[in-house]
Ligand binder design. Structure first.
Ligand SMILES: [Zn+2]
Length: 186
């Protein structure tokens, strides 16, 4: 009898341990950036214990509200953890503990930030301020070094596949983005 109870308890313990791996969107008490709007999306999956090691920056190639609604659309199969508007508004859509679908081949261990802009747009002043604030917070929270902050098109598996984040950092070159990172976050 006792053996059966112990076996049952062990089973229960294993069950709860497994549950701990799964963090439902919006229902975690993990620390978050303090000043944000939350928009729920189902376009995310679980990191399965993979550690966060980097940040990938993106340009929306569209508007803030349009991108948020696209990320909420199940059919789009894309998302990001954060969106930043031209006015510096911040929206969170996926918890960093979960995996957003923003950069092919690099979603397991990165946080994705989508920045409003299109064509030849560069960061606005308010946008830059919010982006620096958010990256500083994430670097501190997850121990991410400045060298692991990059643009979508500079990630190993996306070279030649996209122009993102285009001209947001002054020029399209990797050097321009790296220089910006070192200047603001290094
Ligand atoms: Zn991108």
């Amino acid at each position: 009898m006792i053996d059966k109870i112990i076996a049952l308890l062990e089973e229960l313990l294993a069950y709860f341990k497994a549950q701990k791996e799964i963090i439902p969107c919006g229902k975690s008490d993990e620390p978050r950036h303090p000043d944000y709007r939350w928009e729920e999306t189902n376009n995310f999956s679980y990191r399965n214990g993979v550690k966060i090691t980097g940040i990938v920056l993106h340009i929306m190639e569209g508007t803030y509200e349009g991108t948020i609604s696209w990320f909420k659309n199940r059919d789009s199969r894309v998302s990001a953890h954060y969106c930043i508007s031209k006015n510096g508004d911040l929206c969170m859509m996926v918890l960093p503990a979960n995996k957003a679908w923003h950069a092919y081949g690099h979603n397991n261990n990165t946080i994705g930030i989508e920045i409003e802009g299109k064509g030849e747009d560069e960061l606005t002043e308010l946008q830059e301020k919010k982006l620096v604030e958010l990256c500083t917070y994430l670097m501190h929270e997850y121990g991410i070094p400045a060298k692991n902050i990059t643009g979508h098109r500079f990630t190993a598996k996306n070279r030649g596949r996209t122009e993102c984040p285009a001209n947001l950092f002054g020029q399209r070159s990797e050097k321009a983005l790296r220089d910006w990172v070192w200047r603001k976050l290094g």
